[in-house]
Design a protein around this ligand. Sequence first.
Ligand SMILES: Cc1cc2nc3c(=O)[nH]c(=O)nc-3n(C[C@H](O)[C@H](O)[C@H](O)COP(=O)(O)OP(=O)(O)OC[C@H]3O[C@@H](n4cnc5c(N)ncnc54)[C@H](O)[C@@H]3O)c2cc1C
Length: 459
Amino acid sequence: MQNTQAIERDVVIIGAGPSGLTAAHELRKAGLSVAVLEARDRVGGRTWSNTIDGAWLEIGGQWVSPDQEALIGLLGELGLDTYSRYREGESVYIAPDGTRTRYTGEMFPVSEVTEKEMNKLIATLDELAAAMDPARPWEHPQARELDTISFHHWLRSQSGDEEACNNIGLFIAGGMLTKPAHAFSALQAVLMAASAGSFSNLVDEDFILDKRVVGGMQGVSLALAAKLGEDVILNSPARTVRWSGNDGDWRVTVEGDNATVTAKRVVMAVPPNLYSRVSFDPPLPRRQHQMHQHQSLGLVIKVHAVYETPFWRGAGLSGTGFSASSLVQEVYDNTNHEDPRGTLVGFVSDEKADYAFSLSAEDRKKEITASLAHFLGDEALEPVVYYESDWGSEEWTRGAYASSYDLGGLHRYGMDQLTPVGPIHWSSSDLAAEGYQHVDGAVRMGQYTAATLVASLKG
Ligand SMILES: Cc1cc2nc3c(=O)[nH]c(=O)nc-3n(C[C@H](O)[C@H](O)[C@H](O)COP(=O)(O)OP(=O)(O)OC[C@H]3O[C@@H](n4cnc5c(N)ncnc54)[C@H](O)[C@@H]3O)c2cc1C
């Protein structure tokens, strides 16, 4: 390890993902000096585009929904355009018994009884979400009751229809938190819904997966980093945060591999599961030590399969498919802007990802493409490019998409997750209210953290 630079700034930011870079950008605009230390050799964190075997792919976060106003505003400021996800034609639903049905509209083609149960669960979750301020889920009138039961068991307390429970569970468990529904609370599920405006918004893929960014979502971070220039220092994981002072008159020194930065404040713009990779001197208080052990990332394999043409469109299919019981539980047309080739994206989540990773790479590809073929036809068996995003193996992330509390953690610790410790502030999509777990939440947290720091340093 070598320290090549000693730098003095108003604020040092750890992590050049969308949250840290937004904070840096806003602080700069307010006239404060910044330095951003980034562990990887690139910016963007969980947003990343790369060319694999000649196919350009968005390996991490990519979709934008219409309620994500902070992100949409930043895209406008940076001059980045968006385009719509392809969605013409019929979707496919695979039932628990393996039956494949084509359908249109939002409701899966299930029996009348199951449809009624699904609608009842959606209405109940919408009501619970409407009663929640996503910035204060622990103040929900049923916070403790909902936080001490798993989402799996809560669903079954509301409905005896297993297919309905699994279908509704899919939208939050496999689909968002990427943990089994028995591993997080009903309160955490309601927060996921409230952070996106309602549960109905999560069920509507045309809303939640509406648009993509031309050139890729990583473009947000690349554009911000270009503005920050040499103040972004790559290949420089922060190892130690030392701090002293009191009453707002703080001094903090962050030691990274390529720079040591002395500043008045530090922003930890990394997911909470990585806080303990940094040594704090003096150590963090008991409350933070405990809280951070209850926040963890989920696990999902984002599968990219590229074909010479989007063959499913010719068959009248949109490329969208859902199945709570299949290995690939969601599939979408992910063809790039103005690309003649067709790309599918599929998701293998939580315990199914554990199973998939227990297979050899060859068998995994075989089973995953067979699952894609069950949705969209045998042509899906032979992609010209095949790639699995494996964020669980990334040292500086360790899972996907984002972090959530274990059972009971949200109402027990959530109110302190943003409380600064001396000069140390916390900022990431994992801590957001609106846009929680999404790039929009990362941007909102960056803006919030910057505003807090501007008020205390310039106020
Ligand atoms: C497969 C996948 C699909 C997703 N899909 C979507 C989607 O479609 N739409 C959407 O809105 N969101 C999506 N997301 C989520 C979205 O990408 C994240 O919410 C967002 O990137 C979080 O931004 P952040 O800045 O809070 O954290 P990150 O993006 O994780 O950035 C944190 C940065 O900190 C760095 N770091 C960590 N530790 C240190 C250290 N000690 N020192 C220095 N640097 C450090 C990391 O290298 C990283 O660059 C997806 C995520 C994944 C993984």
